[in-house]
Ligand binder design. Structure first.
Ligand SMILES: [Zn+2]
Length: 281
């Protein structure tokens, strides 16, 4: 769930709260969460936190002495600051950064999968990490022209979520962006007219920026488990389109749903439901 606006607001709040705070200890109860071994986590106690930033959907937590922790929440992770330490039976904890006065920066993960991960790296090596090295430009606030960026035979819904093409957009915000741009999720990148590419870029910036403005107004510390995402169409299939009133439709995939307005995005066509067609095979 956490995409660019959710990660950005979290990074801003954590940065303001943690800059200059010294680490007491670090433990990783989630055995699969730590994906690096050199330098070890034991390098962190005694170092001050130097800032919390973001690249795409990842956090970059800098520590004094040029170490950086890369954190990927995947689909169900959260990075939260608490005034009390986690109890021994807290099964959501993947990584705990213990701070003075019993405060704790906690990487948590909900659900049964352990997919969220952390790497501790020398700061100079962070952007050589395979995930960051292959990441496309930021979707917000100033991505390059989309007629050069969002190209190829794949549909827009797939291109915009591909972090190597453009970084920060996932399953929720892609629906919102395409709805704002009145474009079909199945239109191919190569079939975008220049004006459509320009419109799509403008709506990408505006949609993500508006979400962030919303979070700036409503989100403080502690960051809640579930952010109040200001979504207008995603997962609202069956409800009227907030703009034209037509019934919103959806295509269901194995692990996500794509919602759109048929009247404004697909010239009235209702796209084939992949879930149904698979069951009928
Ligand atoms: Zn509509």
């Amino acid at each position: 769930m956490p995409e660019l606006p959710e990660v950005e607001i979290t990074a801003r709040r954590l940065d303001a709260a943690l800059r200059g705070v010294e680490v007491e200890s670090v433990v990783a109860p989630g055995v699969n969460a730590l994906r690096s071994f050199d330098p070890p986590l034991s390098e962190l106690p005694g170092r001050a936190m130097a800032g919390v930033g973001r690249r795409g959907k990842l956090f970059l937590i800098d520590f004094a002495g040029d170490l950086t922790m890369l954190v990927h929440l995947m689909s169900a992770g959260r990075l939260q600051l608490f005034d009390k330490r986690a109890g021994p039976r807290d099964r959501t904890s993947r990584l705990l950064v213990r701070l003075p006065e019993d405060r704790e920066l906690r990487l948590r993960e909900f659900g049964t999968k352990q997919a969220a991960w952390v790497k501790l790296l020398p700061t100079e090596a962070v952007f050589d990490d395979e995930v960051l090295a292959t990441m496309g430009p930021e979707a917000w606030p100033d991505p390059p022209p989309f007629d050069e960026l969002v190209t190829g035979a794949r549909p827009l819904h797939s291109l915009l979520r591909d972090q190597r093409v453009i970084a920060g957009i996932g399953r929720s915000w892609v629906d919102e962006i395409l709805w704002h741009a009145r474009l079909s999720p199945f239109k191919r990148g190569d079939d975008l007219a220049l004006e459509e590419a320009q419109e799509l870029r403008a709506e990408t910036i505006a949609t993500l920026g508006a979400a962030l403005d919303h979070y700036e107004r409503v989100i403080g510390l502690p960051i809640p488990d579930k952010l109040p995402m200001p979504l207008q169409v995603h997962r609202k299939q069956g409800e009227p389109c907030p703009r034209c009133g037509a019934k919103l439709e959806a295509v269901f995939y194995e692990d996500y749903v794509m919602t759109y307005c048929p009247s404004e995005q697909t010239e009235g066509r209702v796209l084939k439901d992949r879930r149904l067609s698979r069951l009928l095979k």
